[in-house]
Design a binder for this molecule. Structure first.
Ligand code: 6PG
Length: 234
């Protein structure tokens, strides 16, 4: 595991965007990227759509979501909407390259449908679809994707996609599970801010209570992009 530390979240976002751009451009064919939602990736998507917009062969990118809130695509809570507003709408993407989780559909059926869409499009190795990159976030309760501390078992589901429930808001979620997340060629966590400092320490020590720790328990192939605040340096 590598921890890459940057002074501010802005410098972090620039450097992570640079990594993503390099990986897309270096890939010989389609680059399958799964992105997370929440607020942390906004600054990264902005870097991609502003600083790096002309430096990427966007026609190679196929975009998926690590998780989605079960709301319609135009809802302010939708992870698709966030990605679309900041990045996708700025690029002339073919519809077929955007693999949205349909948050407006019945969660259980949509989890099955999304798994089928993944299996039909992503190369399968040893029985598991392999994304080129999975971008993860971490909540201040140690959740990652939409796998929360009260349902860590979902991480070990034999399905690649599951319907979960946010324990605080009771909102239905659809999430990738552990085997598909940890099989990705590149696994990147982006985590920033003072309020996550304590949980970050626990996750790095692989405290089993936290879903994010389970990613580290299953693979060493992880890059953590963090700022000074989460390390307690500022
Ligand atoms: C979501 C997520 C989730 C996110 C963390 C961190 O839809 O909420 O994809 O796993 O990465 O909750 O969220 P913040 O970046 O908002 O802290």
């Amino acid at each position: 595991m590598k921890i890459l530390n940057f002074e501010t979240s802005e410098i972090l976002a620039f450097n992570l965007a640079k990594l993503i751009v390099r990986k897309i451009n270096e890939s010989s064919g389609v680059f399958n990227l799964a992105v997370s939602g929440g607020s942390t990736p906004k600054i990264l998507l902005k870097e991609l759509s502003e600083t790096f917009i002309d430096e990427v062969d966007w026609s190679k990118l196929n975009i998926y979501w690590v998780d989605e809130r079960c709301v319609p695509p135009g809802d302010d809570q939708s992870n698709f909407k966030m990605t679309d507003d900041i990045l996708l709408s700025k690029i002339n993407f073919e519809e077929s390259m955007i693999h949205r989780i349909r948050g407006e559909k019945s969660p259980k059926e949509e989890a099955k449908r999304y798994q089928t869409e993944i299996l039909e499009n992503i190369p399968v190795e040893g029985g598991t679809p392999v994304f080129d990159m999975v971008l993860l976030g971490m909540g201040d309760d140690g959740h990652t994707a939409s796998i929360f501390p009260d349902n860590v078992d979902v991480f070990y589901s034999s399905n690649f996609v599951e319907n979960t429930v946010n324990p605080y808001s009771k909102q239905n979620r659809i999430t990738l599970t552990g085997s598909i997340i940890t099989s990705a060629r590149d696994i990147v966590f982006m985590a920033t801010g003072k309020n996550k400092a304590e949980i970050f320490k626990n996750v790095i020590e692989k405290d089993e209570k936290y879903p994010a720790s389970h990613v580290l328990m299953q693979t060493d192939n992880i890059r953590f992009y963090v700022d000074d605040e989460i390390l307690g340096k500022s």
